[in-house]
Design a protein around this ligand. Structure first.
Ligand code: FAD
Ligand code: FES
Length: 247
């Protein structure tokens, strides 16, 4: 983990409430896709955790959905503005476990960490299937970016306005040869994917309301088959076998 100042380079609006942000700074603490950053915003006591969508040696790419005051302030940051960022948090995805036919399943803003993952898989010579789900075509984003990586791209919308009508689980069912999943999205989606019988394994990215974001406050613990784990430090990625769902 590293605390440092990042500079806002630019923000691009992708949908009504979703933005792509590019920040420059020291990314040396980032070791794996699926890790996150925790951003201090002026006037906010708690930092805001945001997944790393992609990174280079000196730049950070984030996708942010505006849900409250903190994310609204974040996407309104102007070029040149400096942000206090804790980088390289969490465990990240383990690419070595992906098998021959990995599928990346993302819902809504949960597609963010899957982009950097897909890019690194393609760079490593693995060709993932990417299945993305949205409520409607107006909320869809980053399809061209995923397609440009050379992945097999499948899309579902709940209202059928883009791709097939349905959910990412329906997309996965159409590619039964894909038996190992990397998953990020809302909890009902994670649960539904976890129930897919075709999966022999998988890695699931969890969200939790966070305090410190680096393992010190125990504010983000969830039960697992191996005891309680901190989503911020032991996660946010949990393996299929260790997940215990809470009602
Ligand atoms: C590991 C991790 C990775 C994340 N990655 C991204 C990302 O890549 N892009 C992105 O846009 N968002 C991401 N989030 C969610 C993001 O942290 C919250 O949306 C943000 O903190 C809300 O701050 P706010 O001040 O705008 O909203 P607040 O005013 O704090 O809350 C507004 C609404 O957002 C909900 N909310 C707040 N925090 C969370 C949270 N941690 N998880 C789910 N819902 C929350 C609240 O319940 C409330 O309904 C991630 C969260 C975690 C834990
Ligand atoms: S947020 Fe403090 S331990 Fe996870």
């Amino acid at each position: 983990m590293k605390q440092s100042l990042f500079t806002m380079e630019h923000a691009r609006q992708l949908t009504e409430d979703t933005y792509e942000l590019v920040l420059s700074g020291d990314t040396s603490a980032i070791t794996a896709p699926g890790q996150f950053v925790n951003i201090q915003l002026p006037g906010k006591f708690l930092r805001r955790p945001i997944s790393i969508c992609n990174w280079t040696d000196s730049a950070l790419l984030l996708l942010v959905r505006v849900v409250g005051e903190g994310t609204k302030d974040l996407v309104r940051s102007v070029p040149g503005e400096e942000l206090d960022v804790l980088s390289g948090l969490g465990n990240g995805f383990d690419l070595s476990l992906s098998g021959e036919h990995p599928i990346l399943l993302g819902g809504g803003i949960g597609i963010a960490p899957l982009y950097g993952l897909a890019k690194r898989m393609v760079d490593a010579g693995v060709s993932p299937t990417v299945a993305l789900g949205f409520r409607t075509w107006k909320e869809a984003f980053y399809l061209e970016e995923f397609a440009a990586l050379g992945c097999r791209l499948l899309v579902a919308t709940e209202d059928g306005s883009l791709g097939i009508r349905g959910f990412v689980t329906d997309l996965a069912a159409n590619v039964p040869e894909c038996d190992y999943a990397f998953v990020c999205g809302p909890t009902p989606m994670l649960k539904a994917v976890h129930n897919l019988s075709q999966l022999t394994g998988g890695q699931f990215s969890f969200e939790a309301r966070m305090g410190c974001g680096f393992g010190a406050c125990m504010g983000c613990t969830v039960p697992t088959r191996d005891g309680y784990k901190r989503v911020c430090k032991d996660g946010p990625i949990l393996c299929k076998e260790e997940i215990v769902w809470q009602d």
